[in-house]
Write a protein of this length. Structure first.
Length: 510
């Protein structure tokens, strides 16, 4: 991008400048209208038994719930749309599992349509000697299967999968080969939808409110890599492009993920290491300020218009029109990049409001950095009367165990935690108003960040609306910690503390 900008500014040749603008647009384009959802994920030792009917807690490990990922708010998932991903089958599946288990990969739901949930899963016991697993698609109660010998994956091999959902047709590709293509009818057709629709992708076993609990449903025993949503569907040529070109980005050594996992415990391991596209980087950097002016100047220029009094060479006229077209295309691509949710901002959304009856998924994060920032927003929906006395609302914490550390009175949470705590109003910034945590107006809510027994507190500003979002940021650079919080549209309130410079190493649970 820097080279293209340099050539654009220093050259007087309109065709060369147009070529530079096209280069910027092409290298930053979204291939096949691709929107990344997650980088790589694996489910380890998940408990597939229904929870205890009295306590609603799982008997062991984590409850059988997958990751619920809402599609970008501005996405049109009017058909056709689709998903693509790579799969690596890691763990052995016993032969006795065939016929008794199915292994869920992803499911899709569009609440506004009559189409029931769409599930993509693998059925073991297929292949020449029963050593493979075969893809199957379930639309409501309608089961779609490939022809004999097709759609089978094997252990320790990367497999590229793409599913395309049309108005009246569903197509599944495996390693670029079409293995399922069936027509849909009746309520299984995407018809009568207008404008953007809300949609959700469920990774792993769908939640009980979407699909009733079934002892056959299990998580895919391996890695799901580079899961992406395609808001305009996929053609066969685009599937081939994703399959052939995507192999270069596959992890060469899965051992680095294995070594980071504690496979003896039950957990979900998401790894978010996306790199923004060149175009995304360009429009969010200082260079865009230098390039935006020339582009808008080209679009408002009248140099391409022919006048009866002026004689303009035909070649010069064509060159100017080519330059305007390239600038317009680049600007349109920038608007498109702005329409989709930024990869760096799309992480996880979890609703804890019904934790008594629906235990939320637990996500484990590995943190090992010299500097970082957490950005999140929380919404106070309601207070539970049963838990009214709870003075700490945990967001992230190292709670592997509760054994007492060498520091008197401290436990594992003092190694790392991010929470909202109710504390006396005089603890910090006594001269500032806060968000009261009780009717006595003596205690306020504080945003608290603790790392290695160092505690930083920020008194939350008063809530400006009954149903607003609280935006929070925690930054850590070379031992300097900064906390900031603000309600929708309000200026942020911040505080700073400095501690000994140290590498930030910890494991945290959401």
């Amino acid at each position: 991008c820097r080279f293209a900008l340099l050539k654009d500014k220093n050259s007087s040749d309109p065709l060369l400048r147009a070529a530079c603008l096209r280069v910027i647009r092409i290298v930053g384009a979204r291939p096949a209208r691709r929107q990344p959802i997650l980088h790589i994920v694996r489910f380890v030792n998940i408990c597939m038994m229904p929870p205890d009917p009295k306590t609603q807690r799982p008997y062991q490990g984590l409850p059988p719930q997958g990751l619920s990922l809402a599609l970008p708010r501005k996405s049109y998932h009017n058909p056709p749309f689709g998903y693509s991903m790579w799969l690596w089958w890691q763990d052995d599946v016993a032969k006795s599992d065939a016929g008794r288990r199915i292994f869920h990969v992803i499911s899709h739901a569009t609440p506004a349509s009559t189409v029931p949930r769409i599930q993509l899963y693998l059925n073991p016991g297929h292949g020449q000697r029963g050593e493979g697993m075969r893809f199957e698609i379930c639309v409501g109660d309608n089961l779609m299967t490939p022809q004999e010998g097709l759609g089978v994956i094997r252990m320790s091999n990367w497999a590229h999968v793409a599913i395309v959902l049309g108005r009246r047709r569903i197509t599944l590709y495996l390693d670029g080969e079409r293995v399922i293509e069936e027509e849909t009818s009746g309520t299984q057709q995407f018809v009568g939808l207008h404008g953007p629709q809300r949609g959700t992708c469920y990774v792993g076993v769908p939640p009980p409110d979407l699909v009733p609990w079934d002892a056959k449903g299990w998580f895919f025993p391996g890695y799901i890599f580079d899961l992406a949503y395609h808001d305009e569907g996929l053609t066969t040529a685009e599937v081939h492009m994703l399959h052939d070109g995507g192999r270069r980005s596959l992890p060469k050594h899965l051992s680095k993920f294995e070594s980071a996992e504690d496979t003896e415990s039950s957990c979900i391991f998401p790894y978010m290491h996306f790199k923004p596209s060149p175009l995304n980087w360009l429009v969010t950097s200082d260079i865009w300020e230098k390039l935006e002016g020339p582009i808008l100047g080209l679009l408002t220029s009248k140099a391409h218009l022919a006048s009866a009094d002026d004689e303009i060479d035909d070649f010069q006229m064509e060159a100017m029109q080519t330059l305007r077209t390239a600038a317009s295309s680049l600007l349109a691509a920038c608007f498109d990049a702005d329409e989709i949710c930024s990869v760096r901002m799309r992480q996880w959304a979890v609703n804890f409001s019904r934790v008594k009856s629906h235990i939320p998924p637990v996500i484990k994060l590995h943190l090992n950095d010299e500097s970082f920032s957490f950005e999140f927003k929380v919404r106070f929906r309601q207070y539970s009367h049963v838990e009214e006395g709870a003075k700490s609302q945990t967001i992230l914490a190292n709670i592997v165990d509760k054994r007492t550390s060498s520091v008197a009175g401290a436990d594992a949470r003092d190694m790392f935690r991010v929470c909202i705590e109710s504390l006396p109003a005089s603890v910090s910034d006594p001269d500032k108003d806060g968000m009261w945590s009780g009717s006595d107006q003596q205690h306020c809510w504080y945003l608290v960040f603790v790392y290695f027994h160092n505690c930083t507190r920020l008194k939350l500003p008063p809530q400006t609306g009954p149903d607003g979002w609280l935006h929070c940021t925690i930054g850590y650079v070379d031992g300097k910690t900064e906390l900031a919080a603000s309600w929708d549209g309000d200026p942020p309130r911040s505080t700073e503390c400095s501690y000994t410079k140290d590498m930030f190493r910890t494991e945290a649970y959401l």
